[in-house]
Ligand binder design. Structure first.
Ligand code: NAG
Ligand code: NAG
Ligand code: NAG
Ligand code: NAG
Ligand code: NAG
Ligand code: NAG
Ligand code: NAG
Ligand code: NAG
Ligand code: NAG
Ligand code: NAG
Length: 619
């Protein structure tokens, strides 16, 4: 099946999804089987007739509601064994938390079906017997907390296959035998205290504090010299960070699945539009009128004459709304403020269309802000080409950057054909982004705030310098709820409401971007709740322990003589992420500092008409 649809069809399917037509039926059944076979003392509102994705406590679905990806049921008062063949059917599960219950029995062996499991919290139960022998079935495991149970036997060596592992807590169990010699460069927290372990603490784990091993009969040979960062074979980014491609796939999958669910209706609709596309030549004849009208309806409901695409000066695109809706399109990603599509028009022009959700202001205010944003012409700011506003639909049109965002470049699948981001390129990204932000902050009488700086909103311009997108939307939108939002990792601590972003909070976000460039790690390593690892906090803790070298991306280790420059950038980043807004440097000073790291050729070229070959504006 061709993954491309017409923009109008995608919009229609999207809207139908939002009405909750899709519910992951089989996953729901699996959860009902689980809860009906495990007694619990607290009430759970898991009603068979309500929507599992919207109404069930502790359950989170994927963005397209096709699968359950998280189950969090701490302290529900479960008593008994986890029934087999229930949770193990949730094959897309990424987070499982059953902590602080009264679960007994062995580790449920069939959880090995959960190949995508990234976070496992079973602490404070009464699970017993050996740990699973083969941990390598969960390649994406990032956090394991099995503390405060009654597990016995030895620690499986297969844990060392978990290259993504960041935290491992097995404390307060009855584990025995020697501690295996793990080599997991990403591991940042380890707790094996209060077991019955014996022997020596292996060399690879001596970087952890003694408290990690207390309450055992083990000898810690202290080595004051920090180990050099072990080069990890094909060190992969955290699961959370690989979203660029993932979102696209899951969104597409959602569309395809949705298509099936909608069955006849959608199929018929598709056929109509496909036919009208094939008959492109005579599309203005009576035959294709029907398709066009449906397309319009999918977008605007009631179209009054005033609603049309508004282009900005200097934009040499020629198409209208109907052309846009007839364009073949694919989903690029879902972002903080809406879904982003790539649309290929008939004249082989490719643009990016961002469909905003939750716009909270009226037409006038929206237009005013678009004029402010659209007037910025700078080589380090992605230009807004056009926008559209009607009661039901708000669209923004940008150039398309085929290389993808900096986030995709940093966290896309490592290895294989991925283009490495070398140090020079990372410096240029930082310099370009900083210049773009300064330009943005100068707009609107020096008051414009970007509000959503993150690596998925930074692209490369033709000179391979960073180029900033997605600015100035925060004040137009309803506040975005913090949980599950990837943006959370970039948000300054004082910003509790997304509408209240400030220039100082932009600087904080820019600091996080610098840390991301330095470490190659995502700003948040989890999906929300109380279980996130913040890049900022992690860097603080590592730097405090004077293991600065361990902070840097292993991919950067191959470039000689850049350590001083990296440390310099680290210092700038740390200044930007200062907790108090007034302690952060001002953006013009930040630019100077970043530019001073090294003189890379600046390639200043007049910005207008810079045809970039990069990627897409923001998911
Ligand atoms: C489930 O919801 C339906 C309708 O919303 C209601 O009639 C029924 O009583 C509920 N069942 C339980 C067990 O709460
Ligand atoms: C389900 O949730 C929606 C919104 O979250 C709410 O309006 C609705 O009343 C809920 N339905 C039930 C049966 O709880
Ligand atoms: C695991 O996650 C990836 C990416 O999110 C997805 O493509 C894949 O289908 C998932 N696997 C299962 C079994 O759901
Ligand atoms: C790990 O996660 C990535 C992206 O989240 C996914 O593509 C991959 O399929 C997962 N690995 C396994 C073994 O499921
Ligand atoms: C845990 O289980 C063991 C038997 O397996 C039992 O003796 C013990 O009392 C249980 N502890 C708690 C806290 O339930
Ligand atoms: C683990 O505990 C069980 C009883 O709970 C016991 O039968 C078994 O021998 C123990 N295994 C080890 C390795 O101590
Ligand atoms: C790690 O995984 C590989 C491939 O899955 C497997 O061959 C190897 O035995 C595993 N290593 C350990 C220590 O389990
Ligand atoms: C594991 O859970 C315990 C209890 O909730 C908590 O104190 C500990 O910090 C957790 N360990 C990790 C590594 O997160
Ligand atoms: C281990 O258990 C002891 C006593 O049961 C408790 O005081 C301590 O907090 C536990 N440790 C952790 C890390 O949960
Ligand atoms: C600790 O281990 C040593 C040998 O490794 C043994 O001689 C000693 O008796 C053990 N101590 C305890 C309290 O088990």
């Amino acid at each position: 099946m061709d993954a491309r649809f017409f923009l109008s069809v995608i919009f229609l399917l999207d809207s139908l999804f939002k009405q909750g037509i899709a519910d992951p039926v089989e996953d729901k059944r699996a959860l009902l089987d689980f809860v009906n076979n495990l007694p619990h003392s607290r009430y759970l509102n898991w009603n068979e007739s309500s929507s599992v994705c919207n109404n069930w406590t502790g359950v989170t679905c994927s963005d397209d509601s096709s699968r359950i990806i998280a189950v969090r049921l701490p302290g529900v008062g479960f008593q008994g064994r986890i029934p087999l063949n229930t949770l193990s059917r949730l094959s897309a599960l990424q987070i499982l938390s059953l902590r602080s219950n009264g679960i007994i029995g062995p580790f449920p062996s069939d959880l090995s079906n959960l190949k995508n499991l990234s976070f496992l919290y079973l602490q404070f139960n009464n699970l017993s017997g050996p740990l699973p022998l083969d941990f390598s079935v969960w390649k994406n495991l990032t956090i394991i907390n099995l503390s405060n149970n009654a597990f016995n036997g030895s620690i499986p060596y297969s844990i060392s296959n978990l290259t993504q592992l960041v935290a491992l807590d097995l404390s307060n169990n009855s584990l025995s035998g020697e501690i295996p010699d793990f080599h997991i460069p990403n591991l940042q927290q380890l707790n094996l205290a209060n077991n019955r372990l014996t022997g020596n603490v292996p060399k690879s784990l001596q970087r952890f504090p003694n408290s990690a091993f207390l309450g055992n009969n083990v000898t810690t040979i202290s080595s004051p010299i920090p180990l050099p960062p072990a080069p990890s074979p094909a060190s992969q980014p955290s699961p959370r960070s690989r979203n660029a491609g993932k979102l696209k796939e899951s969104a597409l999958l959602g569309i395809i699945v949705g298509g099936c669910v909608l069955g006849f209706l959608a199929f018929a609709f598709l056929l109509v539009v496909c036919c009208s596309k094939r008959k492109a030549e005579n599309r203005f004849s009576g035959k294709s009128q029907k398709g066009e009208r449906s397309a319009d309806k999918a977008v605007s409901g009631s179209q009054d004459g005033n609603n049309r695409l508004v282009f900005f000066d200097g934009c040499n695109y020629v198409f209208d709304l109907e052309d846009l809706l007839r364009a073949s399109a694919e989903v690029l990603g879902k972002g903080t403020f809406g879904t982003v599509y790539k649309a290929v028009l008939e004249e082989a022009t490719t643009v990016v269309v961002k469909r905003l959700k939750e716009v909270s202001v009226g037409k006038r205010e929206f237009e005013q802000q678009m004029e402010v944003v659209g007037s910025i012409r700078h080589e380090n700011v992605v230009e807004l080409r056009a926008y559209y506003y009607s009661k039901d639909e708000k669209l923004m049109v940008y150039d398309y950057y085929s290389q993808g965002s900096v986030s995709a470049m940093l966290h896309g699948k490592r290895g294989e054909d991925r283009v490495l981001l070398d140090w020079d390129t990372r410096l240029r990204i930082a310099i370009g982004a900083a210049r773009g932000i300064v330009r943005i902050h100068a707009e609107n009488g020096g008051k414009l705030v970007h509000g959503n700086i993150k690596s998925s909103n930074i692209f490369l311009n033709t000179q391979k310098f960073g180029c900033v997108s997605d600015l100035g939307l925060t004040t137009l939108m309803n506040p975005v709820a913090p949980p599950i939002s990837r943006a959370a990792g970039y948000r300054a601590p004082e910003v509790t409401d997304t509408r209240k972003a400030s220039q100082a909070s932009d600087i904080y976000s820019f600091g996080v971007l610098l840390l991301e460039l330095l470490t190659g790690k995502s700003p948040v390593h989890a999906m929300g709740g109380d279980e996130v690892i913040h890049l900022v906090r992690w860097v603080h803790s590592v730097v405090r322990e004077e293991w600065t070298a361990e902070v840097f991306d292993v991919e950067l280790m191959r470039y000689p003589n850049i350590e001083e420059e990296m440390v310099e950038m680290l210092q700038i980043a740390m200044a930007c992420v200062a907790r108090m807004p007034d302690q952060r440097p001002k953006m013009p000073d930040v630019v100077k500092m970043v530019e001073d790291i090294r003189q890379v050729e600046t390639g200043n070229v007049p910005s207008s008409g810079t045809k970039s070959e990069g990627s897409t504006p923001p998911p």
